[in-house]
Each structure stands twice: as structure tokens, then as C-alpha cells.
Design a protein around this ligand. Structure first.
Ligand code: S3P
Length: 431
């Protein structure tokens, strides 16, 4: 089992880039594979999760060339170009791969089976399986289709209207992808807005989508056109550095070329509300997505209440937000975040255990937690529970803690941010 040892540092300083956005990288492979023609993808995230998606499309007969510098050439074969994979497809730790592909596979004229690692095989799948079944899909799995492995006999689908019970971009995306192949119109209603990368990329590739208020709809039979995609840096990766620089006195860093899609920037809004100094600059568009540079200077932060609409806009950043809350003045409340219980691990239980090991007072609820800020974090020994975001959050906490912090089970970082330690080394100013 690999581990990371973190010593306290003085501050963070300098200019960095973070790796390509994970959500957008998955979508580039998926949409590029069903587009007509060749898609060149630059700044693709070569992490384990995105490689699982890529392997699946290679297994379904899509030639994908990989070059240095995180560049891919995907030779898409259009809506009817995928072929039956000859073996079980392993999605590893990646919920996005499993759920988005479930939508796509349900519509293919072949049989497929997908599985995943210990964590993924415990994550709920009925949220995609049920609406797909209503579209006509034939899907089998443990507990009536709740858990992987899933076997899918694809076939003709009909459009449906679906109101999402939980805000989930993965469910929305799975249904939009299935809807591309379905007869008629597929409409999804979301009660709270979730990340809209699938919609943006489909539109960027010429697919017509109809947005009306809280609904998004797609008419079946539209094939995306291939178009080159430059992937912006991942704001979820940048978040570790934003929190680190905000809390270490005297820090100033610039993170270049980060995706600033408003459905993802909740962490910036929250940290600013806590008192952080974060400026955005050099705003531009990358592959149909808003992007820019982010400048962070350290600033004193105070606790706040985080709940409601903002939760889906910062859902993956809540673990590192816990670290900001731990050193902020006063209490921070996180509520309406029950989804954290079914991520790569139960992140409410996992972060509560880690925060306690740092000497932080924390109370948990079914849908969140209360964190009492403290001026002093003590170095600790903790376990990530195989969850990449908990591992990296604890590494950031360790920079500000007294003594040494030892984080066990850190291979999981490779699922989303293989360059995490190198990137951190570039900006730390030692004691
Ligand atoms: C993702 C959606 C979110 C997020 C996950 C990536 C995506 O999951 O937590 O890391 O790429 O669509 P949910 O759809 O379960 O909220």
C-alpha cells in the first residue's frame, strides 16, 4: 500500500497548471467515438478513470491513437459504428465511466457486461438503470440492477420524460447519450442544475439540444460531428491548491488555464464568502468551455453555512472544503450533501475521521457535517479509504499541520490526478 508523508511548509508560491478536466476528458472520448470522423483531443487527462473509458471504446472497435503531451486522435465511427466488446469491460473506480456508458450501451445492437473495483461495485446504479429500462433497455445486475456487474442487451429505445430524483450529471448525461439513439425526444428535468459538460460538448459538435427552464431535451438520431477539443485544467484538481494557498499565510499562486464552467465554480464562490482572495483573469474559451487563470493569495477565512443549490456546483470539492473549514474562524456547516455518502467512499464518515485525527472537532449528520475551526491542526496518521479526494485533501491539511502527516492508501490519487505530488512540489516553499 503506498503512502504519502507530508511535512509542514511555509507557504505556496509560483505558477502552475493542473491536469485536464476529468469529466470533460471522459466526454471527449465518448462523443469523439460516436462522431463521424477524427477528433484530436489535447490536454486529455491520462488518469486511471479516463483510461477506463478509453479502454472501453477501444474494446468496442474505436481506433484511438495516443501521443505524448496528453494528445489523442479518436477515429470516430458515427452513431452506428461501435461493435460488441469481446470481454467484460472493467470501469475500475470510475462512476462516470460506468454510468455514462450504461446509457450508451443500452442503445447498441449488442450484448455487453461491465464491472468495476470494490468501491464501484458498491455504488448505486439504479438511478440510471431505472429510467433506461423505461426507455426499453434490458439491463441485469445484482439487487435488481442496483450494483455492478451489469449486463446489457442493447436494442431500440424510445424517448422519455424523466424527472431526476437526485441531482446527478452522470444520470443526465447517460440519458442524453441514450437519447441520441432513441426514437423521438428524450427530456430530462433537473431540480437543481448539475455540471453541463455533456450538453456543451454535444452542442459544440453540432447536436441540437432544447433547453427550456429546468429541462433539457434531445431529439434522437443526431450524430455528433467531429471537432477538435482542447480540454481545460480541472477545477476539482485546482481546488486543492486554491485551498492550500488560501490557508497558508504569505502564499500567492497562479493556476493557468483552468475550466471555469459556472456549474463547477461553487468552490470559488464559497471560499470567497469565507474571506479568500481569489481573482480570475485571462478569461477565454477552450473546447466550448469557459476557462481562465486563477490567482490566489492567502487570507484569513471564517466559517459559513453551505447548503442548497450550491452543493451540486461543488460536490467533488467538499472534502477539501472541510480542510478550509478546519482552519477557518468559527463553525462551518455543510448540509444537503447526502450524495457524499455514495461517492468513491462515504466522504462524510471518511472526512470526519480524518478531521478528528487532525484534532478538529466535527459532528456528522446524514446529509453533512459541522466543523469547528481551529488555529492549530496536529499532524496525524490517516487512511484515505481508497478515495482520491480524501487522500489529496489530507495532503493539503498536512502542509498546515504541526509535525508530520502520514496518509495511507494513496494509489487512488492516480484515478484523477497522477501528477498531484509533482504539481505540489512546484509551489511549496519549505520551512
Ligand atoms: C461527474 C458528476 C458528479 C461528480 C463526479 C463526476 C460527471 O457525479 O461527483 O465526480 O463527470 O458527470 P454525480 O452525477 O453522481 O453527481
Amino acid at each position: 500500500m503506498s503512502m504519502i508523508r507530508i511535512r509542514p511548509v511555509k507557504r505556496l508560491n509560483g505558477e502552475v497548471t493542473v491536469q485536464g478536466d476529468k469529466s470533460i476528458s471522459h466526454r471527449a472520448v465518448i462523443i469523439g467515438s460516436i462522431a463521424n470522423g477524427t477528433t484530436t483531443v489535447t490536454n486529455f487527462l491520462t488518469s486511471e478513470d479516463c483510461m477506463a473509458t478509453m479502454r472501453a471504446f477501444k474494446a468496442m472497435g474505436i481506433p484511438i491513437e495516443e501521443f505524448d503531451d496528453n494528445k489523442l486522435k479518436i477515429h470516430g465511427k458515427g452513431l452506428n459504428g461501435l461493435v460488441e466488446p469481446p470481454d467484460v469491460m472493467d470501469m475500475g473506480n470510475s462512476g462516470t465511466s460506468a454510468r455514462l456508458l450504461c446509457g450508451l450501451l443500452a442503445a447498441q445492437p449488442f450484448f455487453s457486461v461491465m464491472t468495476g473495483d470494490n468501491s464501484l461495485r458498491r455504488r448505486p446504479m439504479k438511478r440510471v438503470v431505472e429510467p433506461l429500462r423505461q426507455m426499453g433497455a434490458r439491463i441485469w445486475g445484482r439487487r435488481g440492477g442496483e450494483y455492478l456487474p451489469l449486463s446489457i442487451q442493447g436494442g431500440e429505445l424510445k424517448g422519455l420524460f424523466h424527472r431526476m430524483a437526485v441531482p446527478s450529471a452522470q444520470v443526465k448525461s447517460a440519458l442524453l447519450l441514450a437519447g441520441l439513439f432513441a426514437n423521438g425526444r428524450t427530456t430530462i428535468e433537473e431540480l437543481l442544475p448539475t455540471r453541463d459538460h455533456t450538453e456543451r460538448m454535444l452542442r459544440y459538435c453540432g447536436v441540437d439540444l432544447i433547453r427550456k427552464g429546468t429541462t433539457i431535451a434531445v431529439e434522437g438520431g443526431q450524430s455528433p460531428s467531429s471537432r477538435d477539443i482542447e480540454i481545460p485544467g480541472d477545477i476539482s484538481a485546482a481546488a486543492f491548491f486554491i485551498v492550500g494557498a488560501s490557508m497558508l499565510k504569505g502564499s500567492e499562486i497562479v493556476i493557468k488555464g483552468v475550466g471555469l464552467n459556472p456549474t463547477r465554480t461553487g468552490i470559488i464562490d464559497i471560499l470567497r464568502q469565507m474571506g479568500a482572495s481569489i481573482e480570475m483573469d485571462n478569461l477565454r474559451e477552450m473546447g466550448g468551455e469557459p476557462a481562465g487563470d486563477i490567482r490566489i493569495k492567502s487570507a484569513p477565512m471564517k466559517g459559513i453555512e453551505v447548503r442548497g443549490d450550491i452543493i451540486p456546483r461543488c460536490v467533488d470539492e467538499l472534502p477539501v472544503l472541510c480542510i478550509a473549514a478546519a482552519i477557518a474562524e468559527g463553525e462551518t456547516w455543510i448540509r444537503d450533501a447526502a450524495e457524499l455518502r455514495v461517492k468513491e467512499s462515504d466522504r462524510i464518515a471518511g472526512m470526519a475521521e480524518c478531521l478528528s485525527s487532525l484534532g478538529v472537532e466535527v459532528e456528522t449528520f446524514e446529509d453533512g457535517m459541522r466543523i469547528q475551526g481551529t488555529k492549530r491542526l496536529k499532524g496525524s496518521m490517516c487512511n484515505s479509504r481508497g478515495d482520491h479526494r480524501i487522500a489529496m485533501s489530507m495532503a493539503i491539511a498536512g502542509l498546515a499541520a504541526e509535525g508530520e502527516t502520514l496518509i495511507e492508501d494513496t494509489e487512488c490519487i492516480n484515478t484523477s490526478f497522477p501528477m498531484f505530488e509533482e504539481t505540489l512540489q512546484r509551489v511549496v516553499v519549505g520551512r
